[in-house]
Design a binder for this molecule. Structure first.
Ligand SMILES: [Zn+2]
Length: 68
């Protein structure tokens, strides 16, 4: 399906490919991968610690399943 996992010998990249920072969308910094900075990393970490990553819509799903 996706060729993203393929390792191509012609693509010699010693560094990790940058990805958009999950916090602000800027290109990731390899020292803070996958975040762009230590700040964004901490923001994300704090979010986990404070539980803001609350279980999203599990309730909805069980309701939907009930209806069937
Ligand atoms: Zn960021």
């Amino acid at each position: 399906m996706s060729s993203e996992g393929n390792k191509s010998a012609s693509n010699v990249a010693p560094l990790r490919k940058t990805v958009p920072c999950p916090e602000c969308g800027r290109p990731s910094h390899r020292e803070h991968y996958p975040f762009c900075s230590d700040r964004c990393r901490n923001v994300d970490l704090n979010r986990w610690l404070t539980g803001s990553y609350a279980i999203p819509v599990a309730d909805d799903e069980s309701k939907a399943a009930d209806e069937e």
